[in-house]
Write a protein that binds this ligand. Structure first.
Ligand SMILES: NC(=O)c1ccc[n+]([C@@H]2O[C@H](COP(=O)([O-])OP(=O)(O)OC[C@H]3O[C@@H](n4cnc5c(N)ncnc54)[C@H](O)[C@@H]3O)[C@@H](O)[C@H]2O)c1
Ligand SMILES: [Zn+2]
Length: 701
């Protein structure tokens, strides 16, 4: 989680760590509200163990090490046989070492192993009397657990009646499948409750909650079957003798879910290599399982081997958990982005405080759809449980609601399509832009018609939608072949508007190449970059003929951007041809190629910066870097910042947005602020908008 796990350096730090772990474990096992994710918890426990190993005389009695559930929980219903935890291994080497130590302990190699998934839920003991389910007990501290019989009837796989009227105790894991978890949080938040952070917490909280106004289903898988005091002798002897795999088969016959009935059923294997192969198989299937697993449990299968190995106070010696890397971490939800897909689906995506899960840094996670956000009661700034298994796209499991500070804010849903500005169809769970597959077209046409691109007056978003919906325009070039009759046929399109639009389109046809290029919307070629490219290459043909190396001669285009621009232009080849055929200008006024530098020579790859930039030799601002700031007045009043920058470049200068020692001139209008101060500090020449207008008078259009 985001709070780092402290390194224990002294006795006080050790005592604090013990307290933190015991508190976390108590919360974890009782209602599933630990402030730590498992990884953070396990690291803290390892720190404690390491410190205790170095300071054996200072081990606190309350230490969690060596105890079931960290000693943090207890119960009042005694277990007939202790319900233990498991020791862990993390690698094939550690596993092989464990089998060797087991062999030493029992005097020979274990006869056979059973290999089964380690289900990520809570241990439970289910007592059956004459085949009827009578009592459910949690693991507790291992010697006694808590009665949770109130959940009988809500746990799938744990029938009320067995196929035979026997007295037995079935042990296994209660968990929530992913689907049950989604459902549980939905029901819970609908009842005004806070969502659970993950399926395991949800199972813990649900198992122990009494007197709830609602019930939510859970699932059981058994991994143990033992006699009870009332069991008849023959059956007791038989259960005592059966191998683990045989017990599982018997439990299944009785009608109970077992590890043998999961999608990754337990198997038996003799050779270590076979065991490890199965471990890999199960690990590979993990991401696709309908419930969480956190490892693989390997047990000596034969009862004689188990007896020979015996048990410690915390864990049996005949079984081991091969732990898989944690797939969940707690981190913060920083923002929600709304992305529009190819078909117009508007999908939310979580922006996260970067967190490392299983070796990858995760900064984004899917949020499926808006209803999903509401269902999970997610809020901006929430600590969230993020899940990432294998190559599957990371997902936000749920908020960690008990970590809320009160500063969390509601997540704001978009009111209009974030790409094209049209309305949103919210009738389905997955929101969709009303333009559907046309969304992209509407957005790109609106962009192309914008003030800094082709500046087509009278072609606002509504009109674009109208043209697209009437199928008159299927790409940018269609705009330039629109006829008067076609336009007159549209709603709310009178003679005047039609003539104005036709005239605006005629003007748009004559715009400089830089604007045409910008209108194409190639990634990485915004207004000023388009200008630089157009000035450098002078014609569209030259741009299209350029390879990535040549493109990199334009200032600001690096090795990364260049190939993607080349590729996108190639994709747009047909459109560009059609635009040219429709009479759209494809040259940059005043520019020549190859560009001529200030000294009159032609550009070379190693040319000076201002040459590579494509700055023309001529003009009052030749060789100058100009920053424009503040409000423009006088002859420049009506111009956008971009238009003034264009003017700078037409007049031979280079426009820049920040003042530095390299700046030659700062045009400072009213309210110029910090850029003006900085120019003064650096002793850079200043001009008012009026003075500047005089300087570039020949280039005002
Ligand atoms: N986040 C927290 O604050 C927090 C607190 C306490 C514990 N924990 C987590 O719990 C772990 C330790 O807890 P633990 O001792 O309850 O469990 P464990 O994960 O170490 O393993 C023992 C348990 O595995 C379960 N299990 C699942 N499949 C099984 C199978 N096929 N056969 C036998 N047993 C199977 C049983 O319930 C058994 O009691 C820690 O490593 C930590 O990750 C987290
Ligand atoms: Zn849209």
């Amino acid at each position: 989680m985001t709070t780092p796990v402290a390194q224990i350096v002294d006795a006080a730090g050790y005592a604090q760590a013990v307290e933190d772990v015991v508190q976390a474990a108590a919360a974890y096992y009782t209602d599933g509200t630990s402030p730590l994710d498992d990884d953070a918890y396990d690291r803290l426990v390892r720190e404690i163990s390491a410190w205790e190993a170095d300071h054996p005389d200072e081990v606190l009695p309350g230490s969690p090490t060596g105890k079931v559930a960290g000693g943090a929980v207890e119960g009042d219903v005694p277990h007939t046989v202790a319900m233990l935890s498991l020791d862990n291994v993390f690698s094939p080497e550690q596993f092989t070492a464990w089998t060797a130590s087991l062999a030493r302990r029992i005097g020979h190699e274990a006869e056979r192993f059973s290999v089964e998934p380690k289900l990520d839920g809570l241990a439970i003991a289910a007592r059956y009397t004459r085949g009827r389910l009578t009592r459910l007990i949690t693991r507790g501290d291992g010697t006694a657990g808590e009665d949770v019989s109130h959940t009988m009837g809500t746990i799938e796989g744990l029938p009320d009646t067995l196929a035979e009227p026997v007295d037995v105790e079935v042990r296994g894991e209660v968990l929530m499948t992913n689907a049950q978890f989604e459902h549980a949080n939905e029901v819970r938040t609908a009842h005004g409750g806070q969502p659970f952070a993950n399926p395991r917490n949800a199972a813990a909280g649900t198992l122990r909650a009494k007197d709830r106004a609602y019930t939510v289903p859970m699932t059981f898988f058994g991994y143990g079957l033992l006699p009870l005091p009332g069991t008849d002798d023959a059956l007791a002897a038989r259960l005592d003798d059966l191998a683990h795999s045989e017990l599982m088969a018997f439990a299944a016959e009785l009608g109970v879910n077992t590890t043998a009935t999961t999608p990754v059923p337990g198997i038996t294997a003799t050779a270590t290599a076979d065991v490890l192969a199965r471990v890999q198989e199960i690990a590979a299937l993990r991401a696709g399982l309908p419930f969480g697993i956190d490892g693989i449990v390997i047990k000596a299968d034969h009862s004689a081997d188990q007896k020979a190995a015996g048990s410690g106070s915390r864990a049996p010696r005949w079984a081991i958990a091969y732990k898989l890397p944690a797939v969940e971490k707690i981190t913060r939800l920083l923002d929600v982005e709304w992305n529009v897909g190819r078909t117009g689906i508007i999908a939310p995506r979580a922006v996260l405080e970067p967190v490392e899960i299983d070796g990858s840094t995760i900064s984004y996670a899917t949020l499926h759809n808006p209803a999903d956000i509401t269902r999970r009661d997610l809020r901006m700034g929430d600590q969230v449980m993020v899940h990432r298994a294998g190559d599957v796209i990371p997902r936000v499991e749920a908020p960690v609601a008990h970590l809320r500070t009160g500063d969390e804010k509601p997540i704001v849903f978009p009111q209009e399509c974030p790409r094209c500005g049209s309305g949103i169809d919210t009738s389905q769970e997955r929101w969709r832009c009303e333009q559907g597959r046309n969304c992209h077209l509407v957005a790109s046409l609106s962009y192309a018609a914008g003030r800094d691109q082709l500046d087509i007056e009278g072609l606002g978003a509504t009109r674009v939608v109208q043209l697209v919906e009437a199928c008159l325009v299927t790409d940018l070039s269609d705009l330039f072949t629109l006829t008067r009759d076609q336009l007159l046929g549209l709603d709310r399109m009178g003679e005047t508007s039609t003539d104005n639009l036709i005239a605006a389109l005629a003007t748009a046809r004559t715009r400089p190449l830089s604007r045409v290029l910008c209108a194409l919307g190639v990634r990485g070629t915004g207004r000023s970059m388009s200008r630089r490219i157009a000035r450098y290459f002078a014609t569209m043909d030259n741009i299209r003929a350029a390879d990535a190396d040549q493109l990199q001669r334009v200032e600001g285009i690096g090795a990364e951007k260049a190939p993607s621009i080349v590729a996108e232009l190639a994709e747009l080849a047909r459109l560009i041809d059609r635009l040219a055929a429709a009479g759209v200008n494809m040259t940059e006024p005043g520019a020549t190629f190859p560009p001529v530098d200030a000294a009159g020579g032609t550009d070379t790859v190693t040319g000076a910066d201002d040459v590579a930039d494509g700055t023309p030799a001529a003009g009052p601002l030749a060789g100058m870097t100009v920053v424009v700031t503040g409000a423009m007045t006088g002859p420049l009043e009506k111009r956008s910042r971009n238009q003034v920058n264009e003017l700078v470049e037409r007049a031979g200068g280079r426009s820049s947005s920040s003042v530095s020692r390299k700046t030659s001139l700062v045009v400072a209008g009213d309210g110029a602020g910090s850029k003006r101060t900085k120019a003064e500090d650096l002793g850079i020449r200043l001009a008012t908008p009026d003075e500047f207008a005089l300087l570039v008078a020949d280039f005002l259009d």
